[in-house]
Design a protein around this ligand. Structure first.
Ligand SMILES: C[S@@+](CC[C@H](N)C(=O)[O-])C[C@H]1O[C@@H](n2cnc3c(N)ncnc32)[C@H](O)[C@@H]1O
Length: 277
């Protein structure tokens, strides 16, 4: 760790921190961003060698320890970007992924009207973005995790949205209302695949947000089973799934619906749109 001295300045701190974190991917940019953030200064200020106080150094040392322990950058700074907005995140919610923005891209081409349901809202990033970007005003967003809902409500206040967040176990409870659109990025990693994930994911992201503890398809079976009682006639579900390897299985689960597959920004199959005709 870095030791404090009265004359400690930013160039030395930055250079030593970069040496310690040399093996960590992206750490050079991240430590620079972090010091700029705590000093509330520009990169130019950093390189004009501003003083580093004892308190600043404690924060920098904490950042370094967290990085060495594989803590994701977003959890250290408690912020993650989704569709250009910053969302509060902690270890109770999944870090938003760019693939999920495909749902926003798709709905921008065909804005829904009526009632919208999101299942498994996590940080609330998707529902809040749909409200703010598409002007959808009637969104109910659920999660089985109470601590995730606390984060979603914090983001709701931060961004000034009016979503109804509800505690609900999708796999075991029914819905009282009908919806015109259901969106979800459900946990779709299979129990077996969990072992292939990086340490930064396995050790820090909530497992309940990643996997169904089975073959990764439990949520799609449930959506297919209850979809027609949850959707109004003509309504649709737009669900994220795990790309090429799940496409055929997901399509066969929704064979009773009118289906289309939508690719993500990397041209990988990412969403299924299932319409209740
Ligand atoms: C992949 S994360 C998606 C989070 C957020 N929508 C996003 O895209 O960043 C899946 C979410 O589903 C929630 N979840 C897991 N099991 C659930 C269940 N049985 N009922 C409702 N939500 C559930 C998790 O807590 C988690 O927040």
């Amino acid at each position: 760790m870095l030791l404090y001295r009265e004359d400690l300045k930013s160039i030395e701190v930055l250079s030593k921190a970069k040496d310690i974190l040399a093996e960590q991917p992206n750490a050079k940019q991240e430590i620079q961003w972090f010091i700029r953030n705590i000093k509330n200064c520009t990169t130019l200020d950093l390189y004009s060698n501003i003083p580093i106080s004892k308190k600043d150094l404690e924060k920098i040392n904490l950042f370094i320890t967290s990085k060495l322990n594989d803590v994701p950058f977003q959890y250290i700074v408690q912020s993650a970007s989704f569709w250009g907005r910053d969302f509060f995140v902690n270890e109770n919610v999944l870090i938003p992924r760019p693939e999920t923005e495909s749902i926003v891209v798709h709905l921008k081409k065909n804005t829904p009207s009526g009632r919208v349901l999101e299942v498994g809202t996590g940080s609330g990033c998707l529902s809040i973005t749909l409200e703010l970007e598409l002007g959808i005003s009637n969104i109910t967003a659920t999660d089985v995790s109470q601590s995730a809902l606390v984060v979603a409500e914090k983001n709701q206040k931060k961004h000034g949205s009016s979503i109804l967040f509800v505690h609900h176990d999708f796999l075991n409870e029914d819905f009282k209302n009908k919806f015109n659109l259901v969106v979800s990025n459900p946990p779709y990693i299979s129990k077996n695949e969990m072992t292939n994930l990086g340490q930064h994911i396995i050790r820090y992201e909530p497992h309940q947000a990643l996997t169904d503890g089975s073959d990764g398809l439990e949520f799609y079976r449930r959506f297919s089973k209850i979809g027609k009682s949850v959707l109004s006639r003509g309504g649709r579900m737009i669900l994220e799934f795990g790309g090429f390897k799940q496409k055929d299985d997901v399509l066969s689960i929704f064979e009773d619906y009118l289906c289309s597959i939508i690719n993500d920004q990397n041209n990988e199959p990412r969403l299924i749109e299932a319409v209740y005709e």
